[in-house]
Write a protein that binds this ligand. Structure first.
Ligand code: ATP
Ligand code: MG
Length: 421
C-alpha cells in the first residue's frame, strides 16, 4: 500500500513543530496584549453561511470550497476562512447584547481547493482577528497596528503595508459607475476573467495580477475622487492614528474588495521576495456583513494572516524564530562549596524566564567555560571564593569577553541588560 497525504496538504513534523509553537505563542500573546480573546468555531459550517458571508462572486465561493453532503443530505463546507464563522457565532450567541465592541481572534486550519504551489495549499492555517460593534477609526488603526506588530515581533523587518478605502454603500456605486465607464472601451483587451468582471464586479479588475491588465489600467480613476465626505473623514482619522503609532503605509488605490458588505478601510501586508504569493495577510472593514448573514445591523473589521506564508517570509529573510538548543546564561562555579550559591543564581534566573544551565560533572572552571561557549551562552555568571565573600557575582559577556562584578541582588537586572543588547 502506498498512500501519501492528499495533494495540497502537508504534515508538520516533530522537528518543525517548535517553530509553529513559537509562532503561535507570538500570535496569541500579541492578540492578548491588544485585548482580544480567542474564539474556536467548528471546522465545517452550513454551506449557505459561506455563500452569503464570503460572497457568491468571489473565487472562494465560485471555485475553492470543499463542499459535501452529510448523511442527512445537508450541504456542509470545510471553512475556507474565519470571518463568516465569527459573524455567525456573534449572532448565534447574541454577543451584541454584551457591552461593545466584541474583540476576538482565531487560529487554525482553513481549506480551499486552490492550485497547490509555494505558499498556496489546500489545507493551510490562518490567524485572524475580528472586532464587532464599533465604527471608531481608532479601531481600524488598532487592528492594522496589531497586524504590523505581529510581523515585527516575529522579527521581520522587510514588509509593506498597503492601505486604501473602498467607500460605503452611498459613494461606491458612484465609483463603480465611473470605473465601468473607464473600463468599457478597454474591455476587449483585458484578460478573459477581467472581461466578465467589467460587468459583474468592475472593482476586482483593479487587483488583477495579469501584467497586461495592469498596463492597460494605467491612469484608472481613483476611488479617492469619488468617496463621500464621511468616508474621507474616516480614512483621514485612520491614517492620523497610524501616524501617531508610527506605522508606515503605502497608499494603494488598487487595493479593493468587490463585495457590498465591505466598507471603508482595506489593507494588505506584503513581504517582498515571496514571488506571486507575497500577501501575508489582508483585511478590512465590513460594516454590512453581520446583517448579510442574518444578524442585527452591526459594524465590524478584521484581518487574516496566512501562517505558512509567515513562515516562508521568515525563512526568506533568514529570521530564526527558535533559538537553537543553546542557553542564555551559564552559571559556572569554582568549587563544590560554591554549589549552593550557583543553585540560588540558577533558580533566580529560571524564575525570571531566563534559560540557564550549569555543570553537573564536577568539571574545572576552565572546562565549565568551554561548556558555556559550546552551549552558546550570551552571559556566564562566574562564582569564585572572592565573589562569595563579597556578596557579588562576576558576569562575563561572552560576545565581547568583557567581565565585571555586580551585587548579587542585581543579577536579573544586569543579565537582562546584556540579553537585550
Ligand atoms: P491570494 O490572493 O493569495 O489567493 P486571498 O485574497 O485568497 O489571497 P485571503 O482570503 O485574504 O487571501 O486570506 C488571507 C491570507 O491567507 C492571505 O494573505 C494568505 O497569506 C493566506 N492564504 C490564502 N489562501 C491561501 C492558501 N491557499 N494557502 C496558503 N495560504 C493562503
Ligand atoms: Mg485566494
Amino acid at each position: 500500500m502506498d498512500i501519501s497525504g492528499p495533494r495540497g496538504t502537508h504534515d508538520i513534523l516533530p522537528d518543525e513543530i517548535k517553530i509553529w509553537h513559537k509562532m503561535e505563542q507570538v500570535l496569541r500573546k500579541t492578540a492578548e496584549i491588544y485585548g482580544y480573546s480567542e474564539i474556536r468555531t467548528p471546522i465545517f459550517e452550513y454551506t449557505e453561511l459561506f455563500e452569503r458571508g464570503v460572497g457568491g462572486t468571489t473565487d472562494i465561493v465560485q471555485k475553492e470550497m470543499y463542499t459535501f453532503e452529510d448523511k442527512a443530505g445537508r450541504s456542509l463546507t470545510l471553512r475556507p476562512e474565519g470571518t463568516a464563522s465569527c459573524a455567525r457565532a456573534f449572532i448565534q450567541h447574541r454577543m451584541y447584547n454584551q457591552p461593545q465592541p466584541t474583540k476576538m481572534y482565531y487560529i487554525g486550519p482553513m481549506f480551499r481547493y486552490d492550485r497547490p504551489q509555494s505558499g498556496r495549499y489546500r489545507q493551510f492555517h490562518q490567524f485572524g482577528v475580528e472586532v464587532f460593534g464599533t465604527r471608531s477609526p481608532a479601531v481600524d488603526a488598532e487592528v492594522i497596528t496589531l497586524m504590523v506588530d505581529i510581523v515585527k515581533r516575529l522579527g521581520l523587518r522587510r514588509y509593506e503595508l498597503h492601505l486604501n478605502t473602498v467607500g460605503c454603500g452611498n459613494c461606491r456605486p458612484h465609483y463603480r459607475q465611473t470605473l465601468t465607464e473607464f473600463l468599457r472601451p478597454l474591455q476587449a483587451d483585458l484578460c478573459r476573467d477581467c472581461q466578465s468582471r467589467v460587468d459583474s464586479n468592475p472593482l476586482r479588475v483593479l487587483d488583477c495580477k495579469e501584467k497586461r491588465c495592469r498596463e492597460i489600467l494605467a491612469g484608472f480613476p481613483s476611488i479617492l475622487d469619488s468617496i463621500c465626505e464621511e468616508c474621507r473623514e474616516h480614512f483621514e482619522r485612520v491614517k492620523s492614528v497610524l501616524d501617531l503609532y508610527g506605522v508606515q503605509y503605502i497608499l494603494d488605490e488598487r487595493l479593493v474588495r468587490g463585495l457590498d458588505y465591505y466598507t471603508n478601510t482595506a489593507f494588505e501586508l506584503l513581504v517582498p521576495g515571496l514571488g506571486a504569493q507575497n500577501a501575508v495577510g489582508g483585511g478590512g472593514r465590513y460594516d454590512n456583513l453581520v446583517a448579510q448573514v442574518g444578524g442585527p445591523d452591526t459594524v465590524g473589521i478584521g484581518f487574516a494572516m496566512g501562517m505558512e506564508r509567515l513562515l516562508l517570509a521568515l525563512e526568506e529573510n533568514q529570521v530564526e524564530l527558535v533559538d537553537g538548543e543553546g542557553v542564555e546564561v551559564y552559571v559556572a562555579f569554582n568549587s563544590p562549596e560554591l554549589e549552593p550559591l550557583a543553585n540560588i543564581a540558577l533558580n533566580e534566573l529560571r524564575s525570571a524566564d531566563i534559560k540557564a544551565e550549569r555543570d553537573y560533572g564536577d568539571r574545572s572552571l576552565r572546562a565549565q567555560m568551554k561548556q558555556a561557549n559550546r552551549s552558546q551562552a550570551v552571559v556566564t555568571v562566574l562564582i569564585g571564593e572572592n565573589e562569595a565573600k563579597s556578596g557579588t557575582y562576576s558576569l562575563r559577556d561572552m560576545d565581547t569577553g568583557e567581565q565585571f562584578e555586580i551585587e548579587q541582588n542585581a543579577l536579573i537586572a544586569e543579565i537582562k541588560k546584556i540579553l537585550m543588547k
